[in-house]
Design a binder for this molecule. Structure first.
Ligand SMILES: NC(=O)c1ccc[n+]([C@@H]2O[C@H](COP(=O)([O-])OP(=O)(O)OC[C@H]3O[C@@H](n4cnc5c(N)ncnc54)[C@H](OP(=O)(O)O)[C@@H]3O)[C@@H](O)[C@H]2O)c1
Length: 331
């Protein structure tokens, strides 16, 4: 038996609590591949799980953390050897299976992706589920036929993890990016550096309930939901496409069918957790081609494992900024 530190969600007499404990390797799930975790990251879901909030953790006790980047210690899967550097986003980690905010993890090798040559393990963790989801969103838009020639793409929640990576990926792929944020003044320089051509205050997307507005953008990457998504659809050009992956503002969809039936727009759902392997690889290849590691560094901060819970406060307060890497070996 080996012991290792990890953030674990437990049922307590007064509710749900997540605490940093010394864990025993006997706790690990069945999985054909054991990883020594080097890095995890903080996504919105991790913030909820670390603070005992509902909606993410499906069983207790459960090691939290939906991302893992590390080194294969042992594997029965034919693709992996001891010492390989790999990453995994979602696939039930930190929700149904013990997750990545701990020193060891046991996972299914079929979901793993190698750490791309272009990125260090720390940068791969910086991308994490948020960046992976931004890539899945762009792939979905392009499967629907979107190209830079069709017009600008709107990114909501641009200051957050999904939004920041989406802005950088789209800009490097040749798109004119309109970044929507609740913090247009304080994030102006950061979003411009990432490649945003225009920065829009999210209040401008409020159409006052009108289902249709001036047709301004050809695509949308939305991570916030609620009235912002409805406003984004109202301004989508004829035959345009939007993706929806998140609910940072609200799970409600106070929209209207008019953009769909009068402008032929499409709304595509994105689920990073159950992404099939070929699509995982395609998303990581897109990231390796179009995400500049130096730009990624401009929106990344690093915290040790012990500081993960405190570092998650910002996301819960609605002003998560960029990406947070958790160095699991530093504690
Ligand atoms: N479907 C999937 O597979 C998948 C994968 C990854 C993430 N997600 C979801 O996507 C969402 C974003 O994740 P994330 O990691 O990017 O979170 P994050 O880093 O916390 O960023 C969320 C951003 O949303 C904006 N926002 C917050 N409150 C808002 C409000 N009331 N109204 C409008 N905008 C608001 C803020 O950006 P500004 O200040 O710039 O406006 C914030 O930085 C979460 O709901 C997450 O669970 C889903």
């Amino acid at each position: 038996m080996t012991t290792f530190p990890g953030w674990i969600a437990r049922e307590t007499p007064d509710g749900h609590r997540t605490t940093l404990e010394e864990l025993d390797s006997g706790i690990l799930d069945d999985g054909d591949t054991t990883l020594r975790v080097h890095y995890s990251s903080l996504n919105y879901k991790d913030a909820l799980a670390l603070h005992g909030r509902p909606g993410v953790v499906r069983r207790r006790p459960l090691v939290v953390g939906i991302d893992v980047t590390g080194e294969v210690v042992a594997s029965r899967h034919p693709r992996w050897r001891s010492g390989d550097l790999v990453t995994l986003n979602g696939a039930g980690l930190g929700e149904e299976r013990h997750g990545g905010l701990a020193g060891l993890a046991a996972v299914d090798g079929e979901h793993l992706v190698p750490v791309p040559d272009r990125f260090t393990p720390a940068r791969t963790a910086a991308i994490g589920t948020a960046g992976f989801t931004a890539a899945l969103s762009l792939l979905a838009l392009e499967r629907q036929g979107l190209t830079p020639a069709h017009g600008p793409v709107l990114v909501t929640g641009a200051g957050g993890g999904v939004g920041s990576v989406a802005v950088a990926l789209l800009a490097d792929s040749g798109y004119e990016v309109i970044a929507v944020t609740g913090r247009p003044d304080s994030l102006h320089e950061r979003l411009t550096t990432l490649g945003a051509a225009h920065i829009v205050d999210r209040s401008e997307l409020d159409t006052g309930g009108k289902p249709l507005a001036k047709q301004r953008w050809a695509g949308v990457v939305d991570a916030v939901g609620g009235p912002v998504l409805a406003g984004a659809l109202a301004g989508l050009r004829h035959s345009g496409t939007a993706t929806t992956c998140g609910l940072a503002a609200s799970a409600a969809f106070p929209g209207n069918v008019m953009p769909f039936i009068l402008r032929g727009v499409s709304l595509l759902g994105i689920d990073s957790v159950r992404t099939p392997h070929d699509r995982r690889e395609a998303a990581w290849q897109l990231l390796a081609r179009h995400l500049d590691p130096d730009l990624l560094d401009t929106v990344t901060r690093h915290v040790p494992l012990t500081a993960a819970q405190d570092a998650a406060d910002d996301a819960l307060a609605g002003h998560g900024t960029g990406r947070t890497v958790v160095d699991v070996r530093a504690h």
